[in-house]
Write a protein that binds this ligand. Sequence first.
Ligand SMILES: [Fe+2]
Length: 294
Amino acid sequence: MVSDKSFFNQNSFHDPKRNLGFGIGLRRPHFDEIFTHHQGVDFLEFVSDNYMNCNDRDREVLEKAGRLFPIVLHGVSLSIGSPDPLNKEYLQNLEKLIEMTNAVVFSDHLSYSSAFGVEYHDLIPLPFTKEVVDHIVPRVKQVQKIANIPFLLENPSYYVEMPGAEMTEVEFVLEILEKSDCGLLLDINNVYVNAQNHGYDPFEYVDAMPPERVYQYHMAGHYEGEHCIIDTHGSNIKDEVYRLYEHSIRHTGPVSTIVEWDNEIPPLDELLGENRKVRRTSKAALRERKRASA
Ligand SMILES: [Fe+2]
């Protein structure tokens, strides 16, 4: 039986940090099946960029999903750190998509994907400087105003450190979140990947994030290459990432969590199995958190 949003309704609509439970990123191969086969799926995430000016079939799926599940939208081309002004057409399309899906949260990455009118089709890391903080904060406020639903920034994976850093990645993220009063979409796999590639402690990273700023988690798989590890979203979530998630949940308490799987997309059953494993891991971490505070 399809969800009637009852889980969602238990949470106050006015609480921007409400816990939506455990969801999946819905991708096209699962469009038909999700409406009959969704045990354990509390909410759905759509990649917003794929559905702006969408066709009739996509619209039908989005509208139906929006009636049956809480929806969160996740973007890749807002380009919050770009030197260019925010794209007005993109923001107008985003507004329409939020309305169409009845979305409750919108997120995008703390990076940029276009500059001087050129689209890079990739997420480019930002230099960790005060100038970039000052550039991004008013842009976040602009998006918050237009979206009119909570806007979250995600910590992206990156493979080169931009020169000129005046602060650490943690300090950079925290300054932007605090100054713009923005929520964090904490991608646990990205923390793990970056920590391995850039030589920092992933547990210290998640401990530094204030629990009240962590509005959502992403969990995903990665590929371990010879010289670095790559955030592929194309495999099962590794045990090390589960351990970091467990640690982070003990730190933050319960937070909405999405499993992202974008490449080598498996049968829906396998994705739902990963979703169940995330739920079990979170529940175990919360029991431990409760025991520790007793
Ligand atoms: Fe992510």
